[in-house]
Design a protein around this ligand. Structure first.
Ligand code: PMV
Length: 350
């Protein structure tokens, strides 16, 4: 119930100022969230791996005021970032009325280069939500059990849907599914019983294209309202959520990989079949996908790709095969990356 997240203003001790900081990693979806209803409610459940290396650290100085926002990235003023944060504040104000009673002086930094094509919204919004719940605690709100992390996830979701999954390590589920008791459309929850072969799974991110995306995810989600395949897609995501959560309990990496790749291509198929179609993959994206399939046909290796809403490719593989696979990637796929750039990341298990 959304109502459970409302905190009345008289429960806060309105201190003059406080400095808080929080960090959060990025995540990569295995089952994709694409399409939403009012108030950031996902049209289908999604499942992700939380990463370790690609992360955002944010510090916020809250000072009594009226909700003014100042943002710096690596110490440099970024007035262009403020409107997104002001939108976020407006969305969360009915749950946390203090957000408009303070000015937000934000200093943020990412471990990955800005405009590298890696979305900073998931790690960024999860870190900002972390700052807010810490500040609420300093203002006298007492959270019990999982209340604090669920509130952080709930708030992060209102900033950017996929951000709600970045608050937990390991495998995270967001969206109601029969396959996981306690799953919710309002916040992410960690998956239980994940097999050890997925611990420390590798994710090498190939930076195919940097810069601002041609079509934002907000616009992409919106286009699902009129996509003639939307209902089938949502049903497929429900089915794949069930299947993958079951499979992640065992060590059948190949079966998991098959779903991951199908999900990536279904996501992009939705873009291709929108009323206003668009393509975010680049020729080099396709070259990488074919190279991965050829590699698998020649070698019995567990190397699988996934895509987010952009041209970059995430390559997933287990620790046990990492040495050989990583050298193959570096030797054969750097030529498809912008300036040869790739990021070797890992799944955060604990
Ligand atoms: O969180 P948003 O609104 O940026 O949407 C993310 C959508 C995908 O990255 C394509 C899929 C996902 O589940 O993360």
């Amino acid at each position: 119930m959304e109502q459970n997240f409302v905190i009345a203003v008289d429960r806060y001790n309105l201190i003059p100022t406080a400095l808080v900081s929080a960090a959060a990693p990025s995540n990569i979806a295995l089952v994709k969230y694409w399409g939403k209803r009012e108030n950031q409610i996902p049209a289908n459940p999604s499942v992700s791996f939380t990463l370790t290396e690609s992360r955002t650290t944010t510090a916020v100085r809250f000072t009594k005021g009226d909700g003014k926002v100042k943002v710096r990235l690596d110490g440099e003023d970024k007035p262009g970032f403020a409107p997104k944060i002001e939108d976020f504040i407006n969305r969360i104000a009915s749950y946390s009325p203090i957000v408009r009673l303070y000015d937000w002086d934000i200093n943020t930094s990412n471990t990955f280069p800005h405009s590298s094509g890696i979305a900073s919204s998931a790690s960024g919004m999860a870190a900002l939500a972390g700052c807010l719940v810490d500040f609420e605690e300093i203002c006298g709100i007492c959270f019990k059990g999982t209340e604090k992390i669920e509130r952080q996830s709930f708030m992060a979701r209102l900033g950017s849907g996929s951000a709600c999954r970045s608050v937990y390590p390991g495998v995270v589920v967001w969206g109601e599914t029969d396959a996981l008791e306690g799953s919710s459309n309002l916040y992410g929850v960690p998956a239980r019983n994940v097999n050890d072969v997925f611990a420390g799974f590798h994710d090498t991110i190939l930076l195919i294209e940097s810069g601002v995306k041609r079509v934002s995810s907000t616009a992409g989600h919106g286009l699902m309202h009129k996509n003639v395949f939307a209902e089938q897609r949502f049903a497929q995501a429900h089915e794949n959520t069930k299947k993958i959560l079951q499979l992640l309990e065992n060590d059948n990496i190949e079966a998991v990989g098959k779903i991951i790749e199908q999900e990536a291509l279904s996501l992009h198929a939705m873009m291709l079949t929108s009323e206003t179609p668009f393509i975010l993959m680049q020729p080099n994206t396709l070259s990488v996908l074919h190279a991965v399939w050829d590699y698998r046909a020649e070698h019995e290796k567990n190397l699988y790709f996934t895509l987010d809403a952009g041209a970059n490719v995430h390559l997933l593989y287990p620790e046990a095969e990492a040495e050989q696979i990583q050298s193959w990637i570096e030797e054969n796929l750097a030529k498809y990356c912008q300036d040869g750039k790739m990021i070797h990341d890992r799944v955060a298990i604990k």
